[in-house]
Ligand binder design. Structure first.
Ligand SMILES: *[C@@H]1O[C@H](CO)[C@@H](O)[C@H](O)[C@H]1NC(C)=O
Ligand SMILES: *[C@@H]1O[C@H](CO)[C@@H](O)[C@H](O)[C@H]1NC(C)=O
Length: 320
C-alpha cells in the first residue's frame, strides 16, 4: 500500500514537473484548483485582469507597439494545433516586437472564447467589468536575453503577450479565415494541420498606439509570472458566423474518446490586481479625459454657473 502511494506521488510530481498534470476550466480540475498542482497560479501578480479604468495610470511616454515581419511570416508553413485547451498557431521567430523594454520574438498565438449557449463573456481580460466574446493572445519571448520560449517562460522579464479583444461585427474579417477555415481538420485534441503563411498583422486592430500595460502571468497553468502584458484598447472585429465557428468546431477530448466534450469557455476569471498598477498609453475615461480631469472640469463648470448666477442676481438687484 505504502509502495503504491509512494509510486503515485512520484508519478504525479513527475507529471507536474513536465507540465503534464491535468487541468480544465471547470470542475474538480478547474481553475479554483490550479494552485494545488501549479503553485504560481496562487501568487499575487496573476492574469487576466478586469481593468478598472478609474485606477489606470496614463503614461504618455509609452510608445506605439511596432510589429516587425508580421506581414510576411516567411515561406514555411505554420502549424495549427488543437492542444485540448485552445487552438494554437506556431509563429516564426523572425516576427518581432519593438517599442517594449526589450526586443521580443514571436512564438505562437492562440484564442480564448465563450460558448454559443452562454452569451456572457469569452475574453480573459475585461474593461470595467465588460467582457468581449473572445480574445487573441500573441505570445513572444525576450530574444535579447533568452535563447527560446522554454528558457524565457520562467524568467520575470521573459515574455511579452499582446492581448486583442474580438468583437462581433456585421462583416466577415478575411484575415481570420486563414485560421478558422482549418478548424474542421483539427476537431480533436492533439490534432494539427499545416497552414500557409499569411499576414498576421491583419489579425491585429488597426490602431496599435492605444493600449493597457501591466506585469502579469500566463493565464493557464503553470501561470508563470513572466509576462509583460499589452492589451489593446481597440478590438479586432469578426462576424457572428466566424465567432460561431470558433465556438462550435473543436473538442477538448481526443479522437475516439467518449463522451466528447466541446472546447468552449476556455477563459480564466479576472485575478486580483493587488499591489500592481495598470498603465495606459492614452488618456483613459469617457471622451478621453481621466477621472481627475473630469472632476476638475465639473468643478470649473459648476463654479462658472455659480458666477453667472451671481452676476445675474447682482444685476437684477441693481436694476430694481
Ligand atoms: C532552448 O535553449 C536552451 C539553452 O540554449 C537549450 O538547452 C534547449 O534545448 C532549447 N529548447 C528548445 C525547445 O529549443
Ligand atoms: C514590471 O516590472 C518591472 C520589474 O519589477 C518594472 O521595472 C516595470 O516598471 C514593471 N512594468 C509595469 C508596466 O508595471
Amino acid at each position: 500500500m505504502l509502495l503504491v502511494l509512494t509510486l503515485w506521488q512520484a508519478l504525479s510530481q513527475a507529471l507536474a514537473a513536465s507540465g503534464g498534470s491535468h487541468w480544465t476550466y471547470e470542475g474538480s480540475y478547474g481553475q479554483a484548483h490550479w494552485p494545488e498542482k501549479y503553485p504560481d497560479c496562487g501568487r499575487q501578480a496573476q492574469s487576466p485582469l478586469d481593468i478598472q479604468t478609474d485606477l489606470v495610470r496614463y503614461d504618455p511616454s509609452l510608445p506605439p507597439v511596432e510589429p516587425e515581419g508580421y506581414r510576411n511570416p516567411g515561406s514555411g508553413s505554420l502549424t495549427l494545433t488543437n492542444n485540448g485547451h485552445t487552438v494554437q498557431l506556431s509563429l516564426p521567430e523572425d516576427l518581432r516586437l519593438h517599442g517594449l523594454p526589450s526586443i521580443y520574438s514571436a512564438a505562437q498565438l492562440h484564442f480564448h472564447w465563450g460558448s454559443s449557449k452562454d452569451r456572457a463573456g469569452g475574453s480573459e481580460h475585461r474593461v470595467d467589468g465588460l467582457a468581449f466574446p473572445a480574445e487573441l493572445h500573441v505570445v513572444h519571448f525576450n530574444s535579447e536575453k533568452y535563447a527560446n520560449l522554454s528558457v524565457a517562460k520562467h524568467q520575470p522579464d521573459g515574455l511579452a503577450v499582446l492581448g486583442i479583444f474580438l468583437e462581433v461585427d456585421s462583416v466577415e474579417n478575411p484575415a481570420y479565415n486563414h485560421i478558422l477555415d482549418h478548424l474542421d481538420r483539427i476537431t480533436y485534441a492533439e490534432q494539427e494541420v499545416a497552414v500557409a503563411p499569411f499576414s498576421v498583422r491583419e489579425l491585429l486592430p488597426a490602431h496599435l498606439g492605444h493600449y493597457y500595460r501591466y506585469n502579469g502571468s500566463l493565464t493557464t497553468p503553470p501561470c508563470y509570472q513572466s509576462v509583460l502584458w499589452t492589451v489593446f484598447r481597440q478590438p479586432a472585429r469578426i462576424s457572428a458566423a466566424q465567432l460561431e465557428k470558433l465556438q462550435k468546431s473543436l473538442y477538448s477530448t481526443k479522437d475516439g474518446k467518449t463522451p466528447s466534450e466541446l472546447l468552449v469557455g476556455n477563459f480564466r476569471v479576472p485575478q486580483f490586481l493587488n499591489q500592481r498598477v495598470v498603465f495606459s498609453s492614452f488618456p483613459v475615461g469617457p471622451s478621453g479625459y481621466s477621472a481627475g480631469e473630469i472632476i476638475a472640469i465639473i468643478i470649473v463648470v459648476l463654479l462658472g454657473c455659480l458666477g453667472v448666477f451671481l452676476a445675474g442676481w447682482i444685476l437684477a438687484k441693481r436694476t430694481r
